[in-house]
Design a protein around this ligand. Structure first.
Ligand code: PEP
Ligand code: MG
Length: 577
């Protein structure tokens, strides 16, 4: 049999070697049927019983999600449960069954499809992803009206290959010791990808043609690091990957022992490792993985269902983190709403990433910004809280936000509330204009944090969430590296520290360059801390400086990557996965 490799997008790290199970979810068939007057009540009853059954199924899924992911991670399913309680839609469906005298599944399909179409045509990635959830919910209800069973249990230890998976599928399958997920559709930010990472199941998405070439029973290798799936691998490939698996598990064991050791190069240069968190509950994990503090708290995640919590509610969240991480610090970023993260005042835009996003929203809605700043200031009494602003593009904006912070301080003084008078103010460097103005801006703020997720997207004009252009989203593009180097140098000239909180900080291939550039702090997902620490502890600052200087001379990402790969292999031989 011929070996075939399909390339996709790496969505959750890890390697799986095993038997494929092709999962084809049959869409329920819906046909329109007329019903008689005396059948109307029974039809409505059938519909309402299906709603109850769907609720009880979702309750079970929700409980499983809470168990595996914690309550915050289970929110997707809570949202689906809430939709089932939407009285307006339910009444409308009942009304249509009564008036039009047609079968329940037809009305459910027709009615919910309207919302789905609206969401899909919105041109907004977040809404499109929610349309997917709604489709899943609709199919669940229709299946229950038709009283069909759905496959959720199957042979254990399989690599599931599907056109697409809903978050509920991914969660339910995880009970069967699934080895990995491979899907034709999906991007790295889809809920299924996020769930796979949380469940620590290797996954590759956006494979386009996996279901066309893979049959149930085929042997496959799924490489969640590289984002590929190998169909019918020969023995030497299997051996190679088995060896890799052993090496990785030994490496992971070694990493556990690093927890209490400093992030220090062999020749004694120290770096600070911080964690990025989305939920206050993640602080414990961050500490456990060896984080010295929180380098980025993405506050927009406390906005639930588009509603922004008030000052007191926000204060409760912030103080919880500040207390837990004390004496370590926490950098609280003001709401980065807009782009792919929406809230209630959201306005439809053709180019949301270039539109009303981050600090632009904050400055247009001073009430929102001021109440958040007051909440952050109140949490700063012990002196370990810093405030940071997203999406800053000009010095004017820096000056504006500084004024806002002063205003929030004076409002608190009037109320007699204590806070850290010397709270440090920093900005994200994630818009190329801010990077190019770094020298000037550095003189007016206390710190920088480089947000490479957006900096790369805006520098290369490549949408960070679009799978079609994922290949040209280049972390090691010379333009990106030059900007980063310039930002670090500018910060140091002004004697302010510079951190990086974009995903690039957690890429071990980039570590040697960032160390060489002199980045002070790395802020990464808690899980990535030991790996980055391991790289830092395996290199010499002197070598890193030489390598990073040399890397800036190359003219393409290909050349740069090949160069780093070669250098790294010489320094840390176990690092070729
Ligand atoms: C970034 O842009 O790199 C960043 C850290 O911010 P976010 O991913 O929240 O946009
Ligand atoms: Mg960003």
């Amino acid at each position: 049999m011929e070996v075939k490799i399909i390339e996709g997008i790496p969505a959750s790290p890890g390697i799986a070697i095993g038997i494929a199970l092709k999962y084809e979810k049959l869409k329920p068939k819906v046909t329109k049927k007329e019903i008689k007057e005396h059948e109307v009540d029974a039809e409505i009853d059938r519909f309402l019983r299906a709603i109850e059954k769907s609720k009880s199924e979702l309750h079970k899924i929700f409980t499983l999600a809470v168990e595996k992911l914690g309550s915050e991670g289970a929110q997707i399913f809570e949202a689906q449960l809430l939709m089932l309680d939407d009285k307006m839609i339910i009444d409308r469906i009942i009304e249509r069954i009564k008036v039009e005298k047609v079968n329940a599944e037809f009305v459910v399909n027709d009615e919910v499809e309207k919302y789905i179409k609206f969401m899909q045509s919105s041109g907004d990635d977040y809404l499109k992803e929610r349309a997917h959830d709604l489709e899943d919910l609709k199919n669940r209800v229709i299946r229950n009206i038709q009283q069909e069973k759905w496959l959720s249990r199957f042979d254990t230890s399989r690599i599931v290959v599907a056109e697409n998976l809903t978050p509920a599928d991914a969660l339910l399958f995880s009970r069967n010791q699934v080895l990995g997920y491979a899907t034709d559709l999906g991007g790295i930010t889809s809920h299924t990808a996020i769930l796979a990472r949380a469940l620590k199941i290797p996954a590759v998405v956006g494979l386009r043609e996996a279901t066309k070439f893979i049959k149930t029973g085929d042997t496959v290798i799924l490489d969640g690091y590289k984002g590929i799936i190998i169909i019918n691998p020969n023995q030497s490939l299997i051996d190679e990957y088995q060896e890799k698996l052993t090496r990785i598990s030994e490496f992971e064991k070694k990493l556990e022992q690093l927890r209490f050791l400093p992030a220090e190069t062999i020749d004694g240069k120290k770096f600070t490792l911080l964690a990025n968190i989305e939920l206050p509950d993640e602080v414990d994990e961050a500490i456990q993985k060896g984080a010295e503090g929180i380098g980025l708290f993405r506050t927009e995640y406390i906005i639930s269902n588009g509603v922004i919590p008030d000052e007191d509610e926000q204060f409760e969240e912030y103080i919880k983190i500040a207390e837990k991480i004390y004496p370590g610090k926490v950098v609280i970023r003001t709401f980065d709403i807009g782009g792919d993260k929406i809230f209630r005042d959201y306005r439809r835009e053709d180019n949301p990433f270039l539109g009303w996003r981050g600090i632009r929203v904050g400055l247009d809605k001073p009430d929102i910004l001021l109440s958040q700043l007051r909440a952050i200031l109140r949490a700063s009494v012990k002196g370990n809280v810093m405030v940071m602003f997203p999406m800053v593009a000009s010095l004017e904006e820096v000056r504006e936000v500084k004024k806002m912070l002063e205003l929030a301080k004076s409002q608190l003084r009037e109320r007699g509330v204590k806070f850290d008078e010397n709270i440090k103010l920093g900005i994200m460097i994630e818009v190329p204009s801010a990077a190019l103005m770094a020298k000037e801006i550095a003189k007016e703020v206390d710190f920088f944090s480089i947000g490479t997720n957006d900096l790369i997207q805006y520098t290369l004009a490549v949408d960070r969430g679009n799978e079609t252009v994922a290949k040209i989203y280049q972390e090691f593009h010379p333009a990106v590296l030059r900007l980063i180097q310039f930002v670090v140098e500018s910060a140091h000239r002004a004697r302010i520290p510079v951190s990086m909180c974009g995903e690039m900080a957690s890429d071990p291939y980039a570590t040697i360059l960032l160390v060489g550039f002199g980045l002070d702090e790395f802020s990464v997902a808690p899980d990535s801390i030991p790996r980055i620490k391991q790289v830092i502890r395996s290199i010499k600052y002197r070598d890193a400086r030489r390598i990073s200087k040399r890397a800036l001379v190359f003219k393409t990402q290909g050349e740069i990557k090949a160069f780093i790969s070669k250098e790294l292999k010489g320094i840390i031989p176990e690092f070729d996965f």
